[in-house]
Write a protein that binds this ligand. Structure first.
Ligand SMILES: [Zn+2]
Length: 163
């Protein structure tokens, strides 16, 4: 395999000013100065989930006055830019994770190799380890290991062109 995928993680911006030097945002409805963060929550069907268990996807969705509940519509420019960048990255990551990736011809040999190596280990475990919950778990984890290894190829195979 060639280039490693560039897994960029959004950096937390640092602000070099004291908080009391910044203008306090107040609720335009009631004047209160404390807010709660709003989150957008989506249910994730088991079929689309990487661990095959139903889950939720939580993304930041603005702020609301903690006193009267009014959603804050004023979006300071810097926050807006930062918010969109981070949402964009998250969305890109989600799109990549939850989109079906057609296996490319060049990747198939590697899929087969990984499955073969895992199967050898599975057979060793099955033949040598006592029948037990632990043995069964080790086989399950080995399957997961194959899933994730294959997912790494499927999700980033477009990035490793020209290797
Ligand atoms: Zn308010």
């Amino acid at each position: 395999m060639g280039n490693k995928p560039n897994l960029s993680v959004p950096q937390k911006p640092t602000v070099n000013v004291r908080l009391d030097q910044l203008e306090q945002l107040v609720c335009s409805d009631c004047g209160h100065d404390k807010f709660v963060q709003l989150v957008d929550v989506r249910t994730l069907p088991a079929l689309l989930s990487p661990n095959r268990q139903e889950g939720i996807v939580v993304t930041a969705a603005g702020i609301a006055c903690s006193e009267c509940g009014a959603e804050n519509k004023a979006k300071p420019k810097s926050t807006l830019v930062l918010g969109e960048e981070m949402m964009g990255l998250q969305q890109k990551t989600l799109d990549n994770r939850f989109t079906y990736h057609q296996p490319q011809q060049k990747s198939i040999a590697t899929f087969v190799q990984i499955r073969k190596a895992a199967k050898d280990l599975a057979e060793l475990i099955n033949n040598q380890c006592p029948d037990s919950r632990e043995m069964s778990l080790s086989i399950t984890k080995l399957e997961e290991c194959v899933f994730w290894a294959n997912a790494s190829i499927a999700r980033y195979q477009d990035d490793s062109d020209g290797s």
